[in-house]
Design a protein around this ligand. Sequence first.
Ligand code: MN
Length: 763
Amino acid sequence: MVYRRRKQTQMQAATESVAVAPTAPAAARPPKPRARMMRQYDLVERVRSYNPATNEDLLNRAYVYAMKAHGSQTRASGDPYFSHPLEVAAILTDLKLDDATIVAALLHDTIEDTEATRAEIDQIFGPEIGALVEGLTKLKRLELVSREAKQAENLRKLLLAIADDVRVLLVKLADRLHNMRTLEFVPTESRRRIAEETLDIYAPLAGRMGMQEMREELEDLSFRTLDPEAYAVVMQRLDALAERNRNLIGEIEAQLSNNLRHRGLGARVYGRRKKPFSIWTKMERKSVGFEQLSDIFGFRVVVNDVEACYRALGIVHTTWPVVPGRFKDYISTPKQNDYRSIHTTVIGPGNQRVELQIRTEAMDQIAERGIAAHVFYKEGVGSPTEFLKRESNAFAWLRHTIGILSESANPEEFLEHTKLELFHDQVFCFTPKGKLIALPRHANVIDFAYAVHTDVGNSAVGCKINGKFAPLSSELQNGDEVEVLTSEAQSAPPSAWESLAVTGKARAAIRRATRTAVRDQYAGLGRRIVERLFERAKIDYADDKLKGALPRLARTSIEDVMAAVGRGEIKASDVARAMYPDYREERVARYGVKKGLAAKIKEKVIPEPKKGPPAIPIRGINSDLPVKFAPNGGAVPGDRIVGIVTPGEGITIYPIQSPALKDFEEEPERWLDVRWDIEDSAPQRFPARIRVENVNEPGALAQIATVIAEHDGNIDNISMQRRSPDFTETTIDLEVYDLKHLSAILAQLRAKAVVARVERVNG
Ligand code: MN
């Protein structure tokens, strides 16, 4: 057995009444006399009474397992903790549920509160029961989470959405019912909250599932806790009225069934007292008191079949005057929770208004036990387990009943059901700390990450779903626990995520982040270019100075300027001129003759006036003409080169493979035979242009720039062009020492995953 720390948060102790120590406040109160705890054979007997085929061995094993697992734990009442799962199981036997549900009830708190594990339960009781118990464990965690996060309004949706087996909900409701029945032992401050939650969430849920008896008990228990005075008032008057009408009730029952029998119709007739909470809400809603019998009593006429229902209705309506506007036929048009009955009110014996519900036995069962009743009251049903599994699969039954909601009794109710429909479009997941994240269906981990926090989304690099590594694009399922793995190295998400994300929030955040990231990269590049120009030109660069020059550049911020330079929209020299209006760019430098043949050239772009021009290491030029390199591609030592003379301008050095040379084929007089002369010259850089086809993701440009910088290449200019949703073509003007240097850089770039293709460009 894997050791698990006992998790006993305050919340949990409150809900489950786990007494951590004998000093729990409730223990101080005189203990209420309690019924003898149910025994093993009691439980088995109860199940066998409605399910002769029950697996007694399974029930017994579960009983013993749960009892051992909970060991000496006690509830706030002082009872052994095990009495709780046992009572929960007993409640479910009242609903006549299958063995798996009863066993799951016995085990429902073991994974969370004891050393038991899912694996062990699977091993001993099989995966079906294991899944039920795990479902209950999830719900319990979820309950705590939504309570802390004050997401109660979500909880009900969530309960339905998360439990893919309706039996999980049935156990959950029974669990809550038992906790409500024993609420008096819970500390006062928790009581109210638990009661509110029950009234808000669990009672309506029971109603939704057609379980009226359970709903009413939950409501009344909550009502008693939340408004003891009102509860007491209602109960007093109910008792008084019931007492006053005691004889009348029996008389009405007798008259009704006699009348029906005389007309040849066997019927079970019984009066049923209305519940305090339903009376109270009626009083609140209609601001009326209750004085009449019909205010506190309803009568049921239960017959054999549907035809008999309408016959009974005819008899009643011809015997007593009908109260107009009170007739409703829920047999021909069942309620959304599958409730079926005929409702009518007549002026009956003793001149009393009598409310009647006419229904078959099966309808009566469904009215009281709802979905649980379907186990035995649907035709052609195999084993209860099979039925529940089939019917509860994705809540076919619930959905169906919701789906047939055509007439809505009142707008509130309609809203309720609309909500219910809506949340089938949602999934509910958790952070490792248990925070609940609600997402639209089909959402993936990227959406989840952004729902947690934009920063988490932006830096997400991987994830674990329920402890297992998974792709970020994995679609999330209800109840998934998602751990997003982040990396500080990732400042912005890949732009491709934008099309992967399902939620608008994630998409917008990704768009914003990638836009910012790209801009930041351009700005970084721009700044490098600008700073280098200033450095070489020996002028001072200062942000403040540039700030003053912003209007001249028609930009609003320094970052803007730098990004524009990075993008190639404005030149670094434009920036310099804006800051220093008398700045002169010396694009093509003068050269001089040195040692007869060698020429000197200043650096191509940036003047270095004081040092004087470096020697141009090319032999074969013997004139005063300025020398420059091929404007669209450059040339580097190692290239076979030719010089092209342009009258009035100078000599341009082209690599022999340059396609631009074609233009001069007709003018051989312009061709100069030149060679590199680098042996005795100081290391110099020469221009070359490359084209990189890279994957569209925010880190790509930075990676490329880094490779170049790390290998001692200078980036002179960059221009980018998006070729497809996936690729960008980036053209980079570099300065390198020679062909070998350039080839090394190209090879390094090719090794990068973000780089699809690299080639040198010859202009
Ligand atoms: Mn429990």
